[in-house]
Design a protein around this ligand. Sequence first.
Ligand code: AMP
Ligand code: MG
Length: 320
Amino acid sequence: MYILGIESTAHTFGVGITDGNRILSNERDTFMPKKGGIVPREAAKHHYRKAPEIIKSALESAGISLQQVDMFAVSQGPGILSCLKAGVSVGVFLSRKYKKPIIGVNHCIGHIEIGRLMTGFNDPVILYVSGGNTQIITYLNKRYAVFGETQDIGVGNLLDRVGRMLGIPFPAGPEIERLSNGGREYIRFPYTIKGMDVSFSGIETYVKNIIGIKRREDVCFSLQETVFSMLIEASERAMAYCGKTSLIITGGVAANSRLNEMGKRMCAQRGAEFRALDKEYTGDNGAMIAYTGYLMMNEGKTEIRPRPRFRTDVVEINYR
Ligand code: AMP
Ligand code: MG
């Protein structure tokens, strides 16, 4: 059964095609602002403009035609409204034109399910770290329950904001990671963790005051060490509390080697399992939406519309 999944919640327009739990293709294009952060209208324009060619290349890589698609899946949120509208309207158009069903998927659950598929971990604690979201999640009573989350901005957003202060263009994560390897001095940043919740805005303010005083490499190094320690500490607490013996790190920031290394080490210390995700599937992508659509296939009809504040824990999970 061929499912074509569309992802467009923020910077990336992605299309993935799956056949059951086999991923046949995963194409995308990420909007890169010339300067500053993402302007919603410009990102949405990018998505509309890129949609035809990304759909075409995903079909080509999968070796199927649009007529052969059995179902469409779209990422409904959370995300930026104008960006969501782009993906949802393209999906609804295709579904009507080809008279095939369409299903709405929660973007965060997409990140979780692709993580479970890739690692083979059935019941892990999930550290979901992306631009807009930072949550510590585990499955409980037919929901993905959020045990901890950021009280302000997402960790990727923090990295991107600090990047902007350092003159690094969006997305800043990879360049911060590269610079951090040249770090020598650990600068003590505010370390804010309450239970399993974290907060990053104090760090942003702190960094603002040391830009130009401290070496860039040391800022990046200290930033990574501080925020990743916070996240791994909160994840460990969730594992201990829920009695879970595996950890998945998913979302765009999960591409970071240092974060994965910390996750791996923490798990080893408590006799738990860890497996890093392939970078192909950490950031926003269409394959995770198609695959989650496949899992949700029998969940019944839902209204397809953009849901900018769609929370992970409001979705009832019946396929597990
Ligand atoms: P997503 O919205 O899930 O695609 O995640 C995007 C976020 O991931 C952006 O904030 C990026 O800066 C961040 N990111 C991408 N690669 C890395 C990396 N290697 N290290 C840290 N953050 C990263
Ligand atoms: Mg994401």
